[in-house]
Design a protein around this ligand. Sequence first.
Ligand code: SAH
Length: 370
Amino acid sequence: MDKNFQEEEFTQIIKFTPPLHKQRHQFVKDLVEKYKPKKVADLGCADCSLLRMLKFCSCIEVLAGLDICASVMKEKMHTLSPLPVDYLQPSERSLTVTLHHGSVAHKDPCMLGFDLVTCIELIEHLEESELEKFPEVVFGFMAPSIVVISTPNAEFNPLFPGVIVYRHPDHKFEWNQAQFQSWALETARCYDYSVEFTGVGHPPTGMEKVGFCTQIGVFIRKCPQTGQSEKPTEAAYKTVFKAVYPSLKDEKYLQNAVISEVIFTAQIIKHHIMLKREEYGDDPERKSKFQPSVNRFSDYLGKLVVEKNVESFVSGNEVHIPLATIFSFPKVNRLCGTFEKLCKLIAGKVTLSNDGSAVMLNIEHENEEN
Ligand code: SAH
C-alpha cells in the first residue's frame, strides 16, 4: 500500500512541511522518547517506514510489525536487517525486529506484552466487520499501556480541491472530529483507558475550526494489565521476517568487545611506557617503575594513565600491565561491571602473567611498528 499517495498529492495545494506522513511518524517517535516503551508494535505497518525510524530509539528492545498485505511488507523488509556496523560495534541494548502477516481483526499471542501499539492511518482501511473486532483485539487482548490511533479528519477535506469522496481509494470511511472522538471515547470507556485528542497538519490561519488534517487519539491504560493467563495461545499470524541485532547483552559479542578493549587499553599503556623508556634511557631505577609526567600526554587516555599512576613494568622483552589498572579504565569497567567478569571474559584469550594478574605485551612488536 502506498503512503496515502493521494493525500500527498492533494496536500501539494496545502503544503505541509515536513510532509504529513513524516509528521505522523515524528509524532510517534516523540511519544516513544517521552514514555520510553521497550516493546512497540506497529499495526498496518505497510512498507515498514515507521519501524525503520523506531529501530534507532535506544529504549526499544522489541519491535513488531503487522500487515494484512505481505507483499508491501516484504518489499523493503531487508532494510530492517542489521548492518555490518551493527556487528562491528554491537549495541548495549538488545533489539529484535519481527514482521507478521495477518489481520488486526484476529488475536495472536505474538502480540501480547507490548507497551506501545501504533495504528497510523489504519482504521479507515478496515471493513465494517474488521472495525467491529478491532477494539477487542487491540485494547482487550493486546492491552498495551499506550495505543496511538491516527486517521484522516474529514472536516479538512474541503480544503483539498481534488478530494471528492475520500483521500485514498482504499479508505472505507473518513470520520469528522465528532465521529472519531465518540468512537474513541466509547472504546476507551469499554476497556478502561483514558484518551486525549491531538493531531498533525495545522489548518490555514482563519480556518482553525476544521481541526488537524490528521486526527490522533492517544489512549493510556488506566490500570495495570491483568488476565494475561486466560489469553488464547493459538497462532493466527505468519511470521515473515525476524532479525536479532547483535548486542553486548549476548555473551559472545560482549566477550569480543571486552577482549578488543583490553588489548587496546594495554597497547596505549605500553606505548606510553615505551615513550618514557626512551626519555629516561637505561637507568634501571627509573625504568622499573612507570612514573608518567602529564606534559608528555595530551590525549584523554594518556591522562588516564597518569591519573592511575600505573604500576606497569618492563621485564625482559615484556611489558606487564596489571589487569586492575586496565579494569579501572571507564570503558572496560562499564563493559564488564566486575573485576571477576573481566577475568572470566578474557581467560584464555589474552596473554596473562603466570599469576594471571597482568596482561603481557611483547616490546619487540612495538619496535617493529616503529
Ligand atoms: N501505517 C502506515 C500506512 C498505513 S496504510 C504508515 O504510517 O505509513 C494502511 C495499511 O493497513 C496498509 O498497509 C494495509 O495493507 C493495512 N491493513 C489494511 N487492513 C488491515 C488489517 N485488517 N489488518 C492489518 N493491516 C491491515
